[in-house]
Each structure stands twice: as C-alpha cells, then as structure tokens.
Design a protein around this ligand. Structure first.
Ligand SMILES: NC(=O)c1ccc[n+]([C@@H]2O[C@H](COP(=O)([O-])OP(=O)(O)OC[C@H]3O[C@@H](n4cnc5c(N)ncnc54)[C@H](OP(=O)(O)O)[C@@H]3O)[C@@H](O)[C@H]2O)c1
Length: 216
C-alpha cells in the first residue's frame, strides 16, 4: 500500500527537521510556510531535499496527514478547508517569547492541543513530536538507526489516530509512548519535566508515570 502523504505546516526549525525525517522514512512529504513556497525553496532544497515546498492551501488539501509546526499563537491562521476528516499532529507549544506573555492556550487542566482540537473540530488531532527539541530530533533519529532509540510521547483520544501516529513516530526513528488521553498531553508541555525530554522508552515511561500520578 502507498504511504500517506505527510504535510508539514511551518517551515522553520522544527518543520524542516520533521520534513527531513518524514522524507527519509519514505513518506511523500509536503512543507509550507504562510508565504510563497519560492521563499522556502532554497532552505528546503538544502535541509530536506526530498520534501516539496507548496502553499499552505495546497498542503492542507493534498496531504493525508498534517503536522502543525508553526507558532501556537498563529493557530487561527491555519486554513481548516481541506483538513476535514484528516489526522492532524500538533507539535506546537506555548512559548512566551513568540506567543506573548499571556498564555491563552493551555491551563493546568487543559492542554493547548485540546484548543487546537476545538478549532479543527472536523479533524482528529493528536499531540505528538512537541516535547523534544529539533536538534535532538535530528540527532536521535540518526542514533535510533543503531538501535539506541529515544522515545516520543503521544497523546490522543482516538485509538486509530494514535496508532497511526505511533507508526509515524516509529518510522521517524523513535519509540512511541502512548498517553491515555488527549487531555493528559498537558504533561508534555513547557513547565513539565517531560518538556525537552530526550530519553529512552523506559526512562520516559518512569517520568510519565510520575506526572500522570500527580494529575490524578
Ligand atoms: N524549535 C524546536 O526545537 C521545537 C520543538 C518542538 C516543538 N516546537 C514547536 O513547533 C512550532 C514551531 O517552532 P519553530 O522553532 O520551528 O519556529 P520557527 O523556526 O519560528 O518556524 C515557524 C514556521 O512557521 C511558519 N508559519 C507561521 N505561520 C504559519 C501559517 N499560518 N501557516 C504555515 N506556516 C506558518 C513560519 O513562516 P512564515 O512566518 O514565513 O509563514 C516559519 O516557517 C512552535 O509551536 C514550537 O513551540 C519547536
């Protein structure tokens, strides 16, 4: 069966890294910023040469699965048209220096991905690929090829969507670790010991268990 086309919305530090991992994993890969694709073409040809730079509109219509790698504060600029019925992986975080000093996106009770799910109400949103820095994502994916895999946590409510996300994370070079619900994904956000975590599955599971226990 053909691999699904992955579209990465956001062509900065994280987006270009994910575009490289996605194309290396054999997925047809599209990438877009909010501007003319010609403006990212040179960067993409160097950093993720097998990915295709397109417009955001082309991406949301043509990709089967979309990864959000743009500033969280810009989430309302995401075009919903074309995303209906699709799996959307939210890798965005609230970062005050970029998104403003007031966090309008998450609370101690709710993750920012729940807000994205509300906004993209006709898509299935899973939180993934948000807790590891882009340098580590690139380096650890390489290391994973030698069997020294690090783990990436995933939070979602839809079993099928979480399972598909786990396959993608695994094919990118990481062990997937599944959290029980989308809401539990708040333990992966800035301020948590899991944010920035670059750990093996066993170690990540230990920290996840500690954090989940504190939620209950
Ligand atoms: N950097 C990391 O290590 C890392 C790791 C995990 C998660 N994250 C999260 O990933 C997101 C991106 O971080 P980053 O460090 O990659 O930021 P960045 O380097 O500033 O890149 C952001 C990208 O998003 C694009 N963009 C802005 N609005 C857009 C829109 N409406 N549609 C499509 N693209 C749009 C920007 O280009 P234009 O402005 O030209 O459109 C730019 O290419 C943030 O939410 C961050 O918290 C980052």
């Amino acid at each position: 069966m053909n691999k699904p086309t992955i579209g990465i919305l956001g062509a900065g530090k994280l987006g270009t890294t994910l575009a490289k991992l996605s194309s290396q994993a054999g997925y047809p890969t599209l990438i877009a910023s909010s501007k003319d694709p010609a403006r990212i073409q040179l960067t993409i040809s160097v950093l993720a040469p097998h990915a295709q730079a397109v417009t955001a509109t082309e991406l949301t219509h043509q990709a089967d699965i979309v990864i959000l790698a743009l500033p969280l504060g810009k989430y309302q600029t995401i075009e919903k048209d074309g995303l209906q019925g699709k799996l959307v992986l939210d890798a965005m975080n609230y970062w005050w220096e970029v998104d403003g000093k007031d966090n309008h996106y998450s609370t101690p009770e709710h993750s920012s991905t729940e807000l994205i799910q509300q906004y993209l109400s006709e898509s299935t949103v899973v939180k993934a690929l948000n807790h590891m820095g882009y340098h580590d994502l690139e380096d650890e994916a390489e290391n994973g090829k030698d069997g020294h895999r690090k783990a990436i946590a995933i939070a979602g409510d839809d079993k099928q969507a979480v399972s598909t996300t786990a396959k993608i994370v695994s094919s990118f070079g990481f062990d997937p670790l599944l959290l029980p619900t989308l809401a539990a994904g708040r333990i992966l956000e800035p301020g948590s010991p899991l944010f920035g975590a670059d750990e093996t599955l066993e170690k990540l599971q230990t920290i996840v268990d500690q954090q989940l226990a504190q939620l209950n």
